[in-house]
Design a protein around this ligand. Structure first.
Ligand SMILES: Cc1cc2nc3c(=O)[nH]c(=O)nc-3n(C[C@H](O)[C@H](O)[C@H](O)COP(=O)(O)OP(=O)(O)OC[C@H]3O[C@@H](n4cnc5c(N)ncnc54)[C@H](O)[C@@H]3O)c2cc1C
Length: 385
């Protein structure tokens, strides 16, 4: 399962860092429902979370393909990139759409590890996947915007200094297209907490810090608007494609992790006087998911290649995320089944990774919404909603 691609240096370096954070580390953090602070600090210190920041702002200037390899390796080593991946795509939103002043203010400090931009607030409780109907409003008052509304499932806010917030600046009834009239803002989390934003954590199935957010007349300086007012949805779509591609890579990492564990155990575990892996009933499902992970991996690299080449990549990013999330989930099932009862024991880490990889069929976009995107935008079928 060794990959002979051009990213060997990155792969070896990330693996070396991850070697200091063995299964036991992530298992303990999971049991405590904690945040892997020490691991995240190590990634920041080593510069991995500023990989995509251009060199002129103090980063490494790598593309999404390389960034996706970093995320893949973390998951492949038994960790969970869900604690950190936000920085990769949120930084890109500032880089692609921010003003020079915004880039100069934030990017060097993010690259230096002084600021974290781990959070993006899009989803709302009453509108869910129907993003353009979101109800959070941002109303311009002289040199600031006043924000009111509510968000749900907003990850890593408690471990982030900055958050990208999507809000409606022109009422839905007054825009020509429903994707217009929304804007994005850089929110300083600590300032916001002192001026009208409240956080309510959501305990959940995965050890993933995610929250409800409430905005009560939160004032954000007008200079924190990213790009042009009303165009925020368009800006955020690029970030969503990057996010889907990175998460596809994480699922690929998970998939290889499950296959490696399943293979090892199937070779070692002896029942009825033979390794269980000698039974085709055990080995075929492992071979099948390996084929599926390999195939999904090709689409992940194609999505990343198109993103880096500034080509349209909505279809590929969605398809990569769909295929990889499905393959990793099937690999998780096979790995659990191969381990029999021991798969349920926390000390094997399979149940933890099983929970973690399941998330990706729902977030950041659910499978049905990917089908709907492909049906409408790729196949030209009638819009269903
Ligand atoms: C752990 C976690 C972390 C998250 N982190 C973030 C974050 O950091 N920032 C953020 O903004 N959001 C975040 N999300 C939200 C996530 O993006 C949404 O949960 C996801 O997009 C699905 O939206 P929903 O939960 O509102 O489901 P809904 O939109 O209510 O959909 C529920 C189900 O119905 C299906 N469905 C809905 N409409 C249709 C239709 N027309 N046709 C067919 N099927 C349909 C969906 O596919 C889904 O299976 C997170 C979610 C989770 C669970």
């Amino acid at each position: 399962m060794e990959q002979n691609d051009e990213f060997q240096e990155i792969r070896s370096a990330v693996r070396a860092l991850c070697a200091d954070f063995p299964d036991e580390y992530f298992r303990t953090v999971d049991a405590q429902r904690g945040y892997p602070e020490r691991f995240v600090d190590a990634l920041i210190q080593a510069g991995w979370l500023s990989a995509m920041i251009p060199e002129e702002y103090g980063g490494s200037g790598l593309g999404l393909t390389a960034a996706s390899v970093i995320m893949e390796e973390i998951n492949r080593c038994g960790g969970n990139s869900g604690a950190v991946h936000g920085q990769m795509y949120n930084m890109g939103t500032v880089l692609r759409n921010g003003s020079r002043a915004q880039k100069e203010t934030y990017l060097p400090r993010i690259a230096a590890g002084e600021l974290r931009i781990q959070s993006m607030a899009v989803t709302e409780p009453t509108t869910g996947s129907d993003t353009t109907k979101l109800k959070t409003t941002a109303v311009r008052k002289e040199d600031r915007y006043v924000i009111n509304g509510q968000k749900v499932w907003i990850s890593r806010v408690q471990h982030s200094d900055l958050m990208i917030l999507l809000a409606r600046t022109t009422p839905l009834a007054e825009v020509r297209r429903k994707s217009e009239g929304m804007s994005i803002f850089i929110v300083d989390v600590q300032e916001a907490l002192a001026r009208g934003m409240t956080i309510r954590p959501i305990p959940n199935m995965v050890n993933h810090e995610t929250n409800e957010l409430f905005f009560d007349n939160l004032e954000v300086p007008a200079q924190n608007l990213i790009g042009e007012e009303g165009q925020g949805f368009r800006y955020i779509l690029d970030g969503l494609n990057a996010e889907r591609t990175l998460i596809a890579a994480e699922c690929i990492g998970d998939g290889y992790w499950f296959i490696e564990r399943a293979t090892r155990y199937a070779n070692e575990r002896v029942v009825f006087d033979r390794p269980i892996g000698r039974n085709q009933g055990v080995q075929f499902p492992i071979a099948e998911v390996y084929i599926e992970v390999e195939a999904a991996n090709l689409m992940r690299f194609e999505a990343a290649r198109r993103f880096d080449a500034h080509l349209s990549c909505g279809a590929e990013a969605n398809m990569a995320k769909y295929l990889a999330a499905k393959a990793s989930w099937e690999a998780a099932n096979v790995c659990l089944q191969t381990h029999g009862g021991f798969g349920f024991a926390c000390e094997y880490d399979i149940e933890r990774k099983f929970r973690e990889t399941r998330l990706y069929q729902v977030a950041p976009i659910s499978t049905n919404l990917i089908f709907s995107y492909v049906a409408e935008h790729v196949l030209g079928l009638p819009r269903s909603f």
